[in-house]
Design a protein around this ligand. Structure first.
Ligand code: CU
Length: 188
């Protein structure tokens, strides 16, 4: 009886051993495919190139640069209101003026046209050869708006306008207003 029982156990023991060997093989192979994953993770960092370009404020015509729309040399963007040095109360109306070019919505590709961007309390100008980012301090008027209402805390603030083309990229040369300073009075 004992011998009979032990025979059927043998094949299953062999299978178990074989299975273990297969598992070991599987384990020894698995660390290898992990290597290519590390390699692909490394080149995914175009940031250094973008940083370099951010410091180049002039269109050098180099390959790889984004194409920039041209602007007439006499094009002018300016604030209709408020005026530089004005004391205002918040919320205030800001009206944008543009001469020598047309205001069109973002995405509309048309010579000598663009849409307004309002820079609020921005100390350093953004790169002129890249799409302007959209932040609290860089407000896009991609609908082709020529005025807005701003809520600003009391105190001194600076405002500046930059026109951007259909890709939100400033023109070449950039069409930029003077930076104006306004004082928002404390209403309380
Ligand atoms: Cu824009």
């Amino acid at each position: 009886m004992n011998a009979r029982l032990s025979f059927p156990l043998m094949p299953s023991l062999l299978l178990a051993l074989a299975g273990g060997a297969l598992l070991l093989q599987g384990c020894s192979e698995s660390p290898e495919p992990a290597k290519p994953r590390q390699e692909t993770a490394q080149p995914a960092a175009p940031a250094p190139a973008a940083e370099q370009d951010a410091h180049a404020h002039h269109d050098t015509g180099q390959a790889g640069k984004l194409p920039r729309s041209t602007a007439p040399a006499d094009a002018k963007v300016f604030f209709i209101e408020p005026s530089d040095g004005a004391t205002v109360s918040s919320p205030l109306t800001v009206r944008f003026g543009l001469e020598g070019m047309d205001v069109v919505p973002a995405g509309t590709e048309k010579p000598d046209s663009g849409h307004h961007h309002l820079l609020i309390d921005l100390e350093e100008l953004p790169a002129m050869d890249f799409p302007l980012p959209a932040t609290e301090q860089i407000v896009h008027f991609g609908g082709g708006q020529t005025e807005t209402t701003l809520e600003l805390p009391p105190g001194e603030h600076t405002l500046q306008l930059v026109l951007g083309d259909h890709f939100h990229i400033p023109h070449n040369p950039p069409v930029m207003s003077e930076k104006i300073t306004i004082t928002v009075q404390d209403v309380e």
